[in-house]
Design a protein around this ligand. Structure first.
Ligand code: FAD
Length: 297
């Protein structure tokens, strides 16, 4: 079993946390409770998503700005090029540069008519995620993270097309990829082998979803092409109305997945927090990550 803060090869572990911008004051309060609880773990960075079609442009910006102003965290702003001209997108990037953001998570995004609809770039916009990455790098010396799909993106004909796109994003200047969430670690490692065989050498950071709500996760998974192993469904079977047990099972499932990845050499993890701290905090604790103040004491 991996030792504290290290993987089996003695390499240091790092985590990052993803949040979404809140819609209401109540959601804002619970987001900031989660941030306050997770911040002392000293994540490598925290990221804030961008709503479909840029619908959260202002809210994403406001959340990132508040992180810069009120915390010691390093924020990364997600950005998509759906339904936007290059000038619009460039203005957002310039603005981030001016307020001191140095990391952007660059995505194509989904068509505003819904996931699964045919994607068409805006006539005056960036053509795809690789084009967007190149545009961002032209504006400033940003760290640029992009997406990666161990189980293939639903739009892709096959995995090879997917790897072509990842390669194009790296050639355009992407410095890290974060994966779509998955539950079968073997799929991640076989994907990683294919990525490396393509000569792609940036970190491919696993995206981890702690299962707060199995039904909701199953729906997300269906839309984004993540497979739900039979054992996972069985573990949550019969717990729909039993929140307390569900939470314990969810922590056990996430811990098992992450500790297995650590044992197999993974050092970086990106947690899709859903703006909730408890499960993520527990898994980080199991990884040996402790609040900075306690550690110093
Ligand atoms: P790309 O990497 O450009 O493409 C994904 C795959 O689709 C490619 O590998 C390629 O094979 C295939 N593809 C693309 N275009 C075509 C085409 N024309 N024909 C055939 N195949 C094609 N969405 C948001 O709206 N906001 C967010 O903040 C956000 N954050 C995300 C964070 C992460 C870590 C991940 C994994 C996803 C996120 N998404 C977000 C979802 C993402 O926008 C969608 O998955 C979208 O459908 C694809 O965007 P992408 O940048 O992954 O696309």
């Amino acid at each position: 079993r991996a030792s504290r803060l290290m993987n089996g090869r003695g390499q240091k572990l790092r985590v990052s946390f993803e949040f979404f911008p809140p819609k209401t004051e109540e959601m804002e309060r619970s987001l900031w409770e989660a941030i306050e609880r997770l911040a002392p773990i000293s994540p490598h960075f925290v990221s804030v998503t961008y709503g479909a079609g840029g619908s959260t442009r202002e809210r994403t910006h406001a959340t990132v700005k508040r992180m810069l102003d009120e915390t010691a965290l390093t924020p990364a702003a997600h950005l998509t090029c759906v339904d936007a001209t290059r000038d619009d997108v460039d203005a957002v990037v310039q603005n981030y540069r001016e307020i001191g953001v140095r990391h952007i998570v660059a995505l194509r995004g989904d068509p505003t008519s819904g996931v699964g609809a045919h994607y068409a770039p805006h006539p005056g916009g960036y053509q795809n995620a690789a084009d967007l990455v190149a545009g961002i790098r032209r504006i400033g010396d940003f760290e640029v993270s992009v997406s990666a799909y161990p189980e293939k993106h639903p739009d892709s004909r096959d995995t090879e097309v997917d790897l072509d796109m990842l390669k194009a994003k790296v050639d355009a200047g992407a410095t890290r990829a974060i994966t779509q969430f998955f539950f079968d670690n073997d799929l991640y490692f076989s994907y990683l082998d294919r990525v490396r065989a393509r000569g792609i050498n940036i970190p491919i950071v696993p995206g981890i979803v702690p299962v707060q709500n199995f039904k909701q996760v199953r729906n997300f998974a269906e839309r984004c092409g993540t497979s739900i192993p039979r054992w996972l469904a069985q573990r949550f079977d019969g717990l729909d109305d039993d929140v307390a047990t569900r939470k314990l099972v969810a922590a056990a499932v996430a811990a098992e997945q992450v500790l297995d990845l650590v044992d197999r050499g993974v050092t970086d993890f990106h947690f899709y927090t859903m703006n909730r701290a408890d499960l993520v905090y527990a898994v980080c604790h199991l990884l040996g990550l402790r609040p900075a103040l306690k550690e110093a004491a």
